[in-house]
Structure formats: structure tokens, C-alpha cells
Design a protein around this ligand. Structure first.
Ligand code: PXP
Length: 237
């Protein structure tokens, strides 16, 4: 059964709307864990629009499952990752003007830089996943730079509405999973997943973990975090 890592960024988005102390994403993480989350994910963005440095350090102390830090491959973030020492770092591309992470990393083009970067993090015992589109060249490049695994960008899958396109994208995802497993990379998937589009992805063999944020936190406004996490866990099971 695949694991569920709950991304709590958008609890912090609400807090930052008033720059106050409520709602606290760390409290949200604790409730998500009690409700069955297998991990907690946060994206510390360069512009600190939601998660703050203070959250990272507190989460490291409090999270009992697996803490996954999503971040851009900058020197500032490298320093923070080595200080916080989360269970895992997921390297994502980041642009200031985007609403959320819009595409996968181009590992192939930035191979030399990412190899050094990935190894610096792995040398201190932290796992490193690379967030990539489901493309064979990117999977191979992730293997070449010594990443521990990949997170497949499911944003395109999530946005498609035409059945033929959805099927084609699922085949692309399936092929990327097969290749990554052959290369002994761990395989996660995430972005844009919700209570309806998750089902067909759970039918793809080999995805070990889903990272889901927005849909869970959005639903929790109406039903609470406990129910929104439990309902997603049931769908993944
Ligand atoms: N995985 C990665 C790498 C992401 O950047 C995000 C968004 O922060 C997610 C998963 C979660 O996406 P969503 O909030 O759409 O579920």
C-alpha cells in the first residue's frame, strides 16, 4: 500500500494572510499524523510565502513520521537542509511568480550542478528525491546524479480532461515508474492530486508514496484535518 505524505503548506498560507500565529502548520502536522499520515511535507520557498524557517525547525523536533522538505537547489536552501536534517529533501524548480510548482526539474541540463548538490545532501544522511516530469531521459538523469529517488510530477495528469489524453499520460507515468524501479530509485508522485483523480494513479504499480497538499487542506476547512486525511488514506488503500 502506498504511503501518504501530507503537504501542510496551505495551513501556513492562511496564517500568512494575517502574518499572525494562527493557524499553526505544526499543530496541523500533528493532527495529520494522528489521523494516519505517513509523512509530512513542506515547501520552504525562497520568498517564504507560506512555510517559515521557524516551522521547519519545530517540525523537525515534532514530526514522528517522515519529514520531507521541498526546496529549490540554491545555496541558501542547502545550508538550511543541512541544519534541519529532515528525513528527505525533494528538489523542485522554483520561480518567484508562479502560484505553485509548475514543472519538473530539468535534471539532464543541470546534471553537473545537481550531482554535486545531491551528493552534498546525501553525504549527511538525508535522502534526496528529484521532482521530474514522467520522461525517461529525466529518470535516467536522476539516476546519474545519484538521487535516492524521484517524485513524478502529476500536475499534467491532474489537469487533463480528455480521456484519451489521460490514458496517454498514465502510460507515460507507468513507464517512468518502471524505469525508475529498474534503476533502483524510489518512486513518489504528487501535484494536483485530489479525491477523484487519485484513484487511477493508485492502479499504477510501484508508486511508493503520494505527496498531497492542497486538496486535503482545502477539504479540511469543511470537515477537519482528521477526516480529510482519513478519507484520502482510504482512497489510497
Ligand atoms: N509535490 C511537490 C514537489 C510539490 O511542489 C507540491 C506542491 O507544493 C506537491 C507535491 C503537492 O501538490 P498539491 O498541493 O497540489 O497537492
Amino acid at each position: 500500500m502506498a504511503r501518504l505524505s501530507v503537504n501542510i503548506d496551505h495551513i501556513a498560507t492562511v496564517r500568512q494572510a494575517r502574518r499572525g500565529i494562527e493557524p499553526d502548520p505544526v499543530t496541523g502536522a500533528m493532527i495529520a499524523e494522528i489521523s494516519g499520515a505517513d509523512g509530512i511535507t513542506v515547501h520552504l520557498r525562497e520568498d517564504r510565502r507560506h512555510i517559515q524557517d521557524r516551522d521547519m525547525f519545530l517540525l523537525k523536533k515534532m514530526v514522528k513520521t517522515k519529514l520531507n522538505l521541498e526546496m529549490a537547489a540554491t545555496q541558501e536552501m542547502l545550508k538550511i537542509a543541512l541544519e534541519v536534517k529532515p528525513y528527505m529533501v525533494t528538489i523542485v524548480p522554483e520561480k518567484r511568480e508562479e502560484l505553485t510548482t509548475e514543472g519538473g526539474l530539468d535534471v539532464r541540463t543541470h546534471r553537473d550542478y545537481l550531482k554535486k548538490y545531491t551528493e552534498a545532501i546525501r553525504d549527511s544522511g538525508i535522502n534526496v528525491n528529484l521532482f521530474i516530469n514522467p520522461e525517461p531521459e529525466q529518470v535516467k538523469a536522476a539516476h546519474m546524479v545519484n538521487a535516492s529517488g524521484i517524485e513524478i510530477h502529476t500536475g499534467r495528469y491532474a489537469e487533463l480532461t480528455n480521456e484519451k489524453d489521460i490514458e496517454a499520460e498514465l502510460i507515460r507515468i507507468n513507464n517512468a515508474v518502471l524505469l525508475a524501479s529498474k534503476l533502483k530509485l524510489s518512486v513518489h508522485a504528487g501535484h494536483g492530486l485530489d479525491y477523484s483523480n487519485i484513484k487511477r494513479l493508485t492502479e499504477v504499480n510501484g508508486i511508493e508514496e503520494f505527496a498531497i497538499g492542497f486538496s486535503i487542506i482545502a477539504r479540511s476547512i469543511f470537515v477537519g484535518i482528521e477526516r480529510s486525511v482519513k478519507e484520502m488514506k482510504e482512497l489510497i488503500a
